[in-house]
Every structure is written in C-alpha cells, then in structure tokens.
Design a protein around this ligand. Sequence first.
Ligand SMILES: O=P(O)(O)O[C@@H]1[C@@H](OP(=O)(O)O)[C@H](OP(=O)(O)O)[C@H](O)[C@H](OP(=O)(O)O)[C@H]1OP(=O)(O)O
Ligand SMILES: Nc1ncnc2c1ncn2[C@@H]1O[C@H](COP(=O)(O)OP(=O)(O)O)[C@@H](O)[C@H]1O
Length: 300
Amino acid sequence: MLKVPEHQVAGHIASDGKLGPLVDDQGRFFKPLQGDSRGEHEAKFYESFTSNKKVPDHIHRYFPVYHGTQLVEASDGSGKLPHLVLDDVVSGYSNPSVMDVKIGSRTWYPDVSEEYFKKCIKKDRQTTTVSLGFRVSGFKIFDHQESSFWRAEKKLVLGYNADGARLALRKFVSSNSPADSNLTPNCAFASEVYGGSNGILAQLLELKDWFEIQTLYHFNSCSILMIYENESILMKEGDDAPAARAQVKLVDFAHVLDGNGVIDHNFLGGLCSFIKFIKDILQSVDKRDETNTSLLENGR
Ligand SMILES: O=P(O)(O)O[C@@H]1[C@@H](OP(=O)(O)O)[C@H](OP(=O)(O)O)[C@H](O)[C@H](OP(=O)(O)O)[C@H]1OP(=O)(O)O
Ligand SMILES: Nc1ncnc2c1ncn2[C@@H]1O[C@H](COP(=O)(O)OP(=O)(O)O)[C@@H](O)[C@H]1O
C-alpha cells in the first residue's frame, strides 16, 4: 500500500488529489515521472549515474539508490503512471528533521526556453539563489517542547534573505521552540549534527572534493537534503551509538546535463557558500562553549 510521504519538505506534494511522490512500508520512494520529458531525463540520469564507473564508490552514498521505474497508481487518481523507484532516504529514521537546500546561483541553464528561463531567473532573484548561491526550499524539525513536528511555511521560506537563511540553518539544529519566532535558536545540536567526523560538514567537504574535479555532470537545480534523527539525540549520554545519524543526500536530477569535461562551477560555488554558512554556525557555537567553560572555571 503506497502513501503520501510524511517527511517530504519541498517539491511537488501528493496532497489534495495532486500528483506527487508516494512511499511504501519497505523503504521505497516512488517519484512520478514528470511531464515535459523531465521525468525521462531524471530516469536517464539515474541509469547513467548508477552504472558510471568513473563515479567513486564513496560518492555513490550521497545519492538515493535507484531501482528502475515502475508503473504504479498515481496519487492524483489518474491511474497507473511510471514512477522512479528510489530508496526512501528517511525511512530508517523515527523522528527525522529534514531540510532541502537547492544549490547553485542559478537554476536555469543554457538552451532552456525563454519562458522557463524567465520563470527561473525571477525565482532566483526573489530568493537567495543569486545572492548566496543556494536557497532553502523547505524544512521540518522535531519540536522537543511539543513532541511533534514543526514545518516551516513555504511562503516564508521562499522569502528568506541571507539572515533568514542563516537563522533557518541555526533553527534546524536547535532544541528550543521553533514556533516561537522571538526565541534565538540555541543550536543545541549543532556540534553533533553539523560537526564531528561523520557530521554534515564533513560530508559536504567530501562532496566538495569531488565537485572540484568532477566534469561528468552539471547538477542544475539539484538539492542537498540534510537529515538527522531526534529520537535519541537528547538522551545520548553514556551511549556510544551515534545518536544524530546526520546525512547529506543529493536529490532532484530532472535538470542534470552532461558535464562535457567542464567542472560544475554553478553547483561548486553554491556548495562552497553553503559550507561557509555551516562553518560559521559551528564556530559561533565553539566560541560560546569556550566562554561558558571559562566562566564556570572562574566560578562565575
Ligand atoms: O511548481 P512550483 O512553482 O512550486 O516550482 C517547483 C519548485 O518549487 P519551489 O516553489 O521553488 O519550492 C521546485 O523546487 P523544490 O524542489 O521545491 O526546491 C522545483 O524547482 C520544481 O521544478 P523541478 O521539479 O525541479 O523541475 C518546480 O516545479 P515546476 O513549476 O518547474 O514544475
Ligand atoms: N529518495 C528520497 N527519499 C526520501 N525523500 C525524498 C527522496 N527524494 C526526494 N525526497 C523528498 O521530496 C522532496 C522533493 O523531491 P524532488 O526530487 O526535489 O521533487 P520535485 O522534482 O517535485 O521538486 C525533497 O525535498 C524531499 O523531501
């Protein structure tokens, strides 16, 4: 039995009879092949990428595993439609916080129609795509006060300026109430989620190393998904298991082009800018912790 994904944070959503992705209870994510040949294009990308021996093994883990296409009942009631069958990257999590960040300082690319170009550039200018090289597309976090999920409103997210994006990235790793806009995010989970040898920053840096040299694909309009587990994060003490299980995944390959021997400077530039935001948060948290420690040591 397929159902609407509980943890989807952006893109086309299968609610109110609309066409969107579905999930099963076996950890599979079914994304309907979009019209305008975008769906076939995405399927072709997955086929090429999956079998591409030039892509290093350690890079494959940043992409959802692809299981081909399958005809399944579409969410909009229009009957059976072909869907991409992917691993559901959040299926192993009980209470995942998830954020979708679209990378690049432009979402259009050479040879698109004038109409598509205009649509993209308008959105790129209205959001932080042009100014920062990335935009937050959507996120949901676990509200530890309410023991329920809190979802950022799409309209507000798409209206973020640089400060808004920075605040969202801090909020994403905070334990204080996300619903209260007067509270300064405490970044309680920053070190655990963004930092450490397996954290988000380490994964982004590994991806950056590859993007600095890869000339196989140009990842136009593609997103980074950040995921972490909340279930055990607050009761981690004394437990050696990595509580946060922070993960970076790349999704949405409807607009990927052949790299033709040229690095993907649009994605790489955006990724570097995004990394700087994450580093700054970690630095500010380290500084705060140092100050608190020295205050404690001085008995104040
Ligand atoms: O439909 P919209 O206006 O919400 O735009 C979609 C975008 O939503 P946004 O408003 O930027 O969050 C959406 O962005 P997200 O996936 O939400 O980041 C995509 O850009 C989508 O195009 P495609 O599936 O990548 O070809 C976009 O879909 P198309 O309009 O290009 O079909
Ligand atoms: N393999 C996956 N597993 C789990 N969730 C996914 C997966 N792929 C996408 N998603 C969710 O769906 C959202 C939209 O995906 P995306 O591929 O960008 O769709 P669209 O083409 O409609 O924009 C993402 O923000 C994420 O929340």
